[in-house]
Design a protein around this ligand. Structure first.
Ligand code: CTP
Length: 407
């Protein structure tokens, strides 16, 4: 257990009475393992589903559940003042109703009413209850006050499908909590599907040799991480093996431009935001040898042919309203090239960078980029982290998606 004097950020984890309380055990454990100070607060009904000891053992402090059982005369305000985040998982229809209506007849509802930090709720209930008009009104009201809701089930917010009311998976709830705690809170991509390509493609010459490039994949992974923390359902289509896949994101491993093209075309069918951050080879070997080329046979002549331009295909063949983002890694005038690519590829946003500039480009931690959009001034970001680039670009993509302004 961490000490209560810890300087780590504090999550007050409220558990209300639903069967999904068992999944909150995993939420507590993951947050604790990530280094957060986790204070569990249970309703009496929650204890019918999971024992107090389980939460006490996996959190930073013992479970609290009463307004009256500690020496502290105001445990609710003490807890809410300590919280960097109040997280309710599961949030039953009952606790949502109390919170939305300002009722406080137990410690969980009192902590919620007194909360001054961000509040994140993970609703869990039967479909009929989730579809109930009063529940909907309560959730919408809370969301309008800034409470962040991790939608239950696998429903897509954009498509209007709210799923069956099953609590979101622990990794999704934790990713969202970390997003709020670590400051990507303004970006809300709840329920949106984001597909990101990352890394450099490899075009085989023979079974052991390939033509590759110097892309590390870091910018694509930063997109996946930020989008995941902002509540999106994220799929990474990646050639990279040595970077950790952000918690909760799905990963499709590819190698060549052709593999990447098939994966991206399939995933783009349902995606809301598509990001081509990969360095896709422009050329591939026309005839890939099935056997290793022997040195004794002398230097081979290798004929190259164009690969398919995946971004151009995605930009020009959209089946529904979605935002398409591409990159332009340049060594000349990045703005001019980026503007040209915006039109040529039918993208909504092109993120341009001069890969020869200091602190930018392949393998670096930072990036200096310009975000180019149609009918809008360029946004320059100088020597910022790749996560900041991702945040800024995703914020623009969300605005375009919301406004319906796309080609
Ligand atoms: N891209 C792609 N498919 C390719 C080549 C590139 O989808 N076969 C995507 C990249 O992922 C990136 C964008 O297109 O988002 C820009 O790629 P870039 O190589 O800079 O542009 P090109 O069109 O190849 O133009 P040029 O090489 O002349 O700059």
């Amino acid at each position: 257990m961490q000490t209560s004097g810890s300087t780590r950020k504090t999550v007050v984890l409220c558990i209300s009475g639903g069967i999904a309380a068992y999944k909150a055990v995993e939420v507590a454990r993951r947050l604790f393992d990530l280094g957060y100070h986790v204070v569990p607060v249970m309703t009496e009904d929650a204890k019918r589903f999971v024992g107090e000891t389980t939460f006490s053992a996996l959190s930073s402090e013992p479970v609290r559940s009463s307004l009256w059982d500690s020496k502290d005369p105001v445990p609710h305000t003490t807890l809410s003042r300590r919280a960097d985040l109040v997280l309710v998982a599961p949030a039953t229809a009952n606790i949502i109703s109390k919170f939305a209506n300002g009722a406080s007849d137990d410690l969980v509802s009192a902590v919620l009413i007194a909360a001054t930090s961000k509040v994140l709720i993970a609703p869990a209930m039967h479909s009929e209850m989730w579809d109930n008009a009063a529940v909907k009104r309560n959730v919408e009201f809370l969301a309008s006050t800034g409470v962040v809701v991790v939608e239950p089930g696998v429903g897509r917010l954009a498509g209007g499908d709210f799923g069956a009311g099953r609590m979101a998976e622990p990794h999704e709830i934790v990713a969202r909590a970390v997003g709020l705690l670590e400051g990507v809170s303004d970006l809300d991509l709840s329920g949106l599907e984001v597909v990101v390509s990352a890394g450099g493609t490899r075009e085989a010459i023979d079974p052991v040799r390939f033509i590759g490039n110097r892309s590390s994949g870091r910018q694509g992974y930063a997109f996946a991480e930020v989008a995941q923390m902002a509540g999106a359902n994220v799929t990474l289509v990646s050639t990279v093996e040595n970077l950790p896949v952000p918690s909760g994101a799905k990963m499709v491993k590819v190698e060549s431009a052709s593999d990447m093209s098939s994966a991206m075309k399939e995933l783009a069918k349902t995606a809301d935001i598509v990001i081509m951050a990969a360095a896709v080879a422009d050329f591939r070997v026309e005839e890939q040898r099935s056997e290793k080329i022997k040195k004794a046979d002398g230097p081979p002549e290798i004929r190259l042919v164009h690969t398919e331009d995946i971004l151009a295909y995605l930009g020009q063949n959209r089946s529904h309203r979605q935002v398409v983002v591409g990159f332009a890694a340049e060594t000349g005038d990045p703005e001019e090239y980026a503007r040209a690519k915006l039109d040529r590829k039918g993208a909504d946003i092109i993120v341009g960078n001069d890969v020869t500039a200091p602190g930018a480009g392949f393998g670096t931690e930072t990036n200096s980029v310009l975000i180019v959009e149609r009918d809008r001034d360029v946004t320059f970001l100088e020597r910022v982290s790749k996560k900041k680039v991702a945040e800024a670009v995703l914020a623009r993509a969300l605005e375009i998606l919301r406004s319906g302004l796309r080609i």
